[in-house]
Structure formats: C-alpha cells, structure tokens
Design a protein around this ligand. Structure first.
Ligand code: SAH
Length: 256
C-alpha cells in the first residue's frame, strides 16, 4: 500500500458508532495518532499499529498543531499508513480541512472518513429530533469557543428558527445564556445539555434558557458536553416525534 494519511472520525464514543470505513482504515494503519475524546475502545481495530496520543487528555499536554502536522508527514514519508483519529467527525470543529490541505500541499495522499459528530449523536441518543417536523426547520452547529475571539451573531442565531447545537460550551454557559436572551430568544426556550454522549456514563440535563446556567451548576455538568437549544429539546417532544405509520402499498402505487 502506498503511503497515505487517513483523517478519520471515531464518532462520539460508542465504538459501535464507528463507520465500516473507519474500521478498515484502522485495520490498515501502521501508526495511529489519536486525539482527545477518542474512546480507546476503538483501538481494538488496530492491534498492529503504533499508537501515539496527541491530545490534551492523551498525556502530552496540548500537543502543538505544527508538531502533529510534522509527525504525520514524517511517518507518511517513511511509507507508513497513517491514521489521524479524531473524535466525532474530522471536519466538524476538528481541523480536518486544515490538516488535509497541509498534507496535500506536501504531496501526501489524504483520505477523509466521516464520523458521527457529537452534536448529532447526543441529540439522537436522547430522543431529540433536531429537525422535528413542524417544530424546527433546520439545525445550526456552533462553537462557543474561538481562537480569535471573533463575535458570533447571537441575534441572528436567536432568531434563526433552527435548533442550535453548541459545542465547547460548558465553560461559556453564562455568555451563551446572556447573549441569546439579549438577542431576543424566548426565556422559556427548552435546552438539553448532554454530557458524554453515547458513552455508558452519558448524562442529560433538561432545562430552559433562563435556568440553564443554574441547572448546569447543580447538575455539575462537565465537558465534553453539547447543548441543544430550541423547541425540539422540550422533554414532551418524545411523544410528538413518534414515527408516522409505515407507508402502505397504496402509497407506493400512487408514487409510481
Ligand atoms: N470533531 C468533534 C468535535 C470536537 S470539538 C465532533 O465532530 O464531535 C470538542 C467538543 O465536542 C466538546 O467540547 C463537546 O462540546 C463535543 N463533544 C465531543 N465528544 C462529545 C461527547 N461524547 N459528548 C458530548 N459532547 C461531546
């Protein structure tokens, strides 16, 4: 096999939520660079590979991005099959795009493999339909954390009519709450806070925009967690989201 770097999403944590393609890449790997928030249980698929932890919680305190780039390049140039394994999806707040571009500029073959992103996984695990028909016309994925401190357009978010899924928000609850309230979002807008989505210790806290900060405090909400803000996060939606009856033969005949 020619040298290649796979940028692979490991999903939110539950190893059964890995894609078959991610498993194939892990099987072929000589070296796996493993990021924060990747559940080690997925490494059963690469017993042959050298595992290098490059995340903040992985042992090396906040590995600089430039160092990760150089490691990938070095192993790829040695002809090794490199898997860069990231939590969730590599391209959702995961720097997949930057890493792919950097490697391609150095003529390294790159293949990106989807993972299930934490926001979508967490919602589904808690029976929240992010685009529940008649309730939300879309979903917006947002990070509360920026490197450049650029301002989000909170007012636009508050009025978007879409469900907001906020990543990296645990340390910013007060700002999120204040900005959305100031932006005109209804005070009783439902909020679900989902910690360790898809893992055995998953926890969920249901609240509303006004009470979210205090409720999170009492719940001792910890990172990693995602926030789902919008009418779909109301606990009584489970009933409304019952699937419609299966289509009948007649229905298909009418379509033909
Ligand atoms: N690429 C990742 C996101 C990385 S940013 C993805 O697609 O999921 C890191 C943030 O993701 C965390 O701060 C948290 O908000 C969220 N996150 C990652 N794993 C999570 C999990 N298992 N449960 C809840 N949130 C999670």
């Amino acid at each position: 096999m020619s040298a290649k770097v796979w940028l692979v999403g490991a999903g939110p944590g539950d190893p059964e939520l890995l894609t078959l393609k991610a498993v194939r890449a892990l099987n072929e790997a000589d070296v796996v660079l493993i990021d924060d928030l990747v559940n080690d249980a997925v490494l059963v698929h690469c017993p042959q590979a050298r595992i290098i932890a490059v995340g903040k919680r992985g042992g090396c305190r906040s590995t600089p991005q430039a160092f990760i780039h150089r490691l990938m390049l070095r192993y790829a140039r040695q002809g090794k099959c490199v898997v860069r394994l990231k939590g969730g999806d590599p391209c959702i707040f995961g720097r997949g795009g930057e890493e792919a571009q950097w490697l391609r500029e150095r003529e390294i073959e790159v293949e990106l493999v989807n993972g299930i992103t934490a926001g979508l996984a967490g919602a589904t695990q808690c029976d929240i339909s992010l685009t529940l028909r008649g309730v939300a016309r879309g979903v917006t994925l947002v990070t509360a954390h920026t490197q450049d401190d650029s301002e989000l357009n909170w007012r636009a978010l508050a009025h978007s009519g879409t469900t907001l899924v906020i990543y990296m928000g645990v340390a910013k609850l007060s700002e999120i709450r204040e900005q959305l309230l100031a932006g005109g979002m209804a005070t009783d807008t439902p909020v679900a806070m989902i910690e360790n989505a898809s893992l055995p210790h998953q926890r969920e806290c249901r609240s509303n925009l006004t009470a979210m900060q205090e409720d999170a405090h009492n719940f001792q909400l910890k990172s990693p967690a995602i926030l789902v803000i919008g009418a779909v996060a109301a606990s009584d939606n489970a009933e409304r989201s019952q699937p419609a009856a299966a289509p009948t033969e007649e229905h298909y005949a009418n379509l033909a």
